[in-house]
Structure formats: C-alpha cells, structure tokens
Design a protein around this ligand. Sequence first.
Ligand SMILES: C[S@@+](CC[C@H](N)C(=O)[O-])C[C@H]1O[C@@H](n2cnc3c(N)ncnc32)[C@H](O)[C@@H]1O
Length: 241
Amino acid sequence: MNSKADSKKNKDAADEEELLKILQELDEATPLHKNKKEDDGMHPLLTLGLVAAFLAHGAILFSLPPVLKQKGAPFLPTNSNNLTVMFNALKKQSYIQKALQQKTPLTFYDLGSGDGRVVFRAAREGIFQKSVGYEINPVLHMFASMRRLVTPKYFKSTSFRMDDLWKVDLSQANVIAVYGLYPIMGRLGKKMEQELKPGSIVVSNVFTIPGWKPVQVSKDNVHLYSIPESIQWKEHKIEKE
Ligand SMILES: C[S@@+](CC[C@H](N)C(=O)[O-])C[C@H]1O[C@@H](n2cnc3c(N)ncnc32)[C@H](O)[C@@H]1O
C-alpha cells in the first residue's frame, strides 16, 4: 500500500518537474524574454501618466460637491494672461504702493486656490509678506502643498489650508482673489462687506460681484474692487482700461 502511494508521489513530482521544464523553455522562447530587464518595472512615463490621471480624476470628482451645493466653482485655472493683468493692476493701486513705501506687511488670500498658481504668482510678485490659499478639494490642496514643498524660494511666504472659504475669517486680508461662479458671488460679496477692513482690495476673475462697483475692469474681465469705495459705489467713478 505504502509503495503504491510512494510511486504515485514520485510520478506527480516527475510530472511537475516536466511541466516546469516546458514552462521554462516556453518563457525563453518568447520574444518578451529578450526585453526582460526593461519589463521588470512599469515605465516611469506610464507611472507618471497614471499618477497625473489619478490626480486629474480626483480633482474633478472632489470638485462636484461644492458646485452642487452652491458653495463654490469647479476647478478652472486662471490663465497666465489674466494673472499678469491681475497683478499689474494691483501694483498700480495707491493702497499697495503706499504700503510698499511704508514697508507695511500685506497679506494675500486666494479663496479657492486650486493648484496654487495664483498664490505662487502673488509670492513671486514680492508684494506680500504672506500669500495664503484656501481650498476645499483635498486633491488640489495636496497638489499645491506638494508644489510648495518643492519650491523652497516661496516656502515661507506661502501657505495652503484645506478649508471651506465660507468659514475663513477675512478680516486679516489686504487683498483677496476669487474666481467664483455667479450663484455664489452675491453671498460672497455680503461676507466680504462684513469682514474686510477699509483699504482692502478684491480682485475677481471673470465674474462680477452683484451690487458692487469695480474701480477697474480689464478687457480680459478682471474686476478690481476697493473697500469701501466699491460698496459705496454710487459716489465712485469707474476707470475702464
Ligand atoms: C475656478 S477655480 C479657481 C482656482 C484658482 N484660484 C485659479 O484661479 O487658478 C475655483 C476653486 O475653488 C475651489 N472651491 C470651490 N468651492 C470652495 C469652497 N467652498 N471653499 C474653498 N474652495 C472652494 C474649487 O475646488 C476650485 O479649485
């Protein structure tokens, strides 16, 4: 009985060995075998592509809830032309020029900071002691924070917070940037009226603030508002570029 079981075991082992031999021969015969070294890991570009796709999908996915709840806009980055228009207009404002002459520290907020481009541009302009980005989307917040880590030059002068813009205290800001959507602009205007200090400037990309009068509008639809003039707008004159 035992010798029967032993001979079956030996036969199975021999079959297994034979099968392994065949598989090995097949493996060596395949053309892929020649590129085995390169195929050991995923191509770095493919890895990069997958990470980018993951971030993009995450950014879109997390963008939907605030839009649906009318809490903010989806991620639409400001183009570089409008960034230039925005900061050139800001630099011409007497409030900013005076603060720079008197070396008064200025603080910049971007409400819904996306990938951080507006905050980094603000830091690059050298006008602000601190530029802060508030973002509700965790993927975009993570992206901007990682960008900050690899940009040591602006590490100290920038910061990113994962926060709902409606909960942010605006009383310490000197300049606010916003790229919202029409449904939120009226409510945001009311929040800013209550919290912003006199002298503060609001720069809104594309959308206007209902009931406010801009002190400057560019042909690229960058709207500049000044507190309190833009709120007491009836007495104020608009400058059209
Ligand atoms: C039109 S994008 C502007 C991004 C960036 N400021 C720029 O100009 O490139 C609006 C951003 O606001 C964010 N957002 C929407 N609702 C928000 C909320 N309630 N609090 C903070 N961020 C919000 C979105 O995730 C999106 O990144």
